[in-house]
Design a protein around this ligand. Sequence first.
Ligand SMILES: Cc1cc2nc3c(=O)[nH]c(=O)nc-3n(C[C@H](O)[C@H](O)[C@H](O)COP(=O)(O)OP(=O)(O)OC[C@H]3O[C@@H](n4cnc5c(N)ncnc54)[C@H](O)[C@@H]3O)c2cc1C
Length: 393
Amino acid sequence: MAAHYDVVIIGAGAAGLMCAATAGYRGRKVLVIDHANKPGKKILMSGGGRCNFTNLNSTPANFLSDNPHFCISALKRYTPQHFLELVDRHGVEYEEKAPGQLFCSHSAKDILSILLTECEWAGAEIRLKTQIRNIAATDSGYRLTTGSGSINCDSLVIACGGLSIPTMGATGFGYDMARQFGLTVLPTRAGLVPFTLHPELKEQLAPLSGISCPVDVSCRKEHFREPMLVTHRGLSGPSMLQISSFWQPGDPLAINLLPTCSARDDLLALRSQKPQSTVAHYLAQHLPKRFAAAFNDLHGWTGPLQGYKNSDIEQVAATLNQWAIKPAGTEGYRTAEVTLGGVDTRQLSSKTMATLARPSLYFIGEVVDVTGHLGGHNFQWAWASGVAAGSDA
Ligand SMILES: Cc1cc2nc3c(=O)[nH]c(=O)nc-3n(C[C@H](O)[C@H](O)[C@H](O)COP(=O)(O)OP(=O)(O)OC[C@H]3O[C@@H](n4cnc5c(N)ncnc54)[C@H](O)[C@@H]3O)c2cc1C
């Protein structure tokens, strides 16, 4: 005889665990299934091990989707303040590292521990290391065939995340399920991911490796003013991760290395006031010293400014305020924090996350075509969509 549950949730990640606790507290008999050997692996690796669990300034404008209004309802009903109350109730210490971005003071384990405790208190079961072989719709719900027997349920919630970091258990299972039940899956691509560079530029930038500096990067009418980090593989740091979600292959990036200055005005003024001064000297005053020296050498800006014609200064200034580079690509799903695209939200209820054609089938979290900016927004979506489905399933 197959075991019967009111609600089965596939995926013991951020969204699935939140959904499980919410449905469990409503008195539903809940089972969470995951093929991994541990729950919440991405929570543990998030935010450099400290989990940036929400963003106090999160608004729908912080999310990318083909259907931008979809996320509004769930985000409005479960806000960062709601999650913060949960964190406070469990006595977990946190800090605001950047404006609005809340991180655990000690460890991401604290957030996972909150979710597992809530699931336990709500009576939700979690079954790990369980492979799902087949899911079939029945007259009253769904029948799952797993490596350890069959399970029947009334409501089924798909919370198995996106394709990023396959080594952490990411699979395309959620997308396969969506297609099986006749839903459209919008094309997926890696987001919040470092850029790779063509060999020549990579070699030129090698001396800058390991240096971070604040920049303003723009691409496709979007821009982010945050630090950039040059790595031995390419360009990373918050500004690059943010813009990567908007970048398409072949697009150039415009990087303003001096976002608070007009290099043109500064250099023209410097040439008339201190003609013996150099570009290197100017850069050293505005950029991290090692970056300034290496960037200057890279462009061969030598000699005193008095030897620079107006057109030379225009050229130097354009490189500093609008350094145009064309990335070769991104590091892809191997290191991406998120997957853009996914289950088309036009086929889901924005209130409950249930599919419109089958009100007992739900999709939540990253598998859905809603992707946040860097800074705690993706977990906020996982919590909000998990609560939305858990309140209805
Ligand atoms: C390195 C890194 C750092 C990040 N840092 C942050 C951060 O600080 N702040 C932030 O907001 N976001 C961060 N993110 C993004 C965030 O982790 C995700 O958006 C979030 O975890 C999505 O939650 P989810 O529940 O939808 O999916 P996941 O958390 O990915 O959970 C999906 C679960 O489904 C399981 N699963 C997959 N396929 C199957 C299958 N076939 N059968 C059974 N189970 C399956 C997986 O094992 C996993 O447990 C980070 C991501 C990465 C990779």
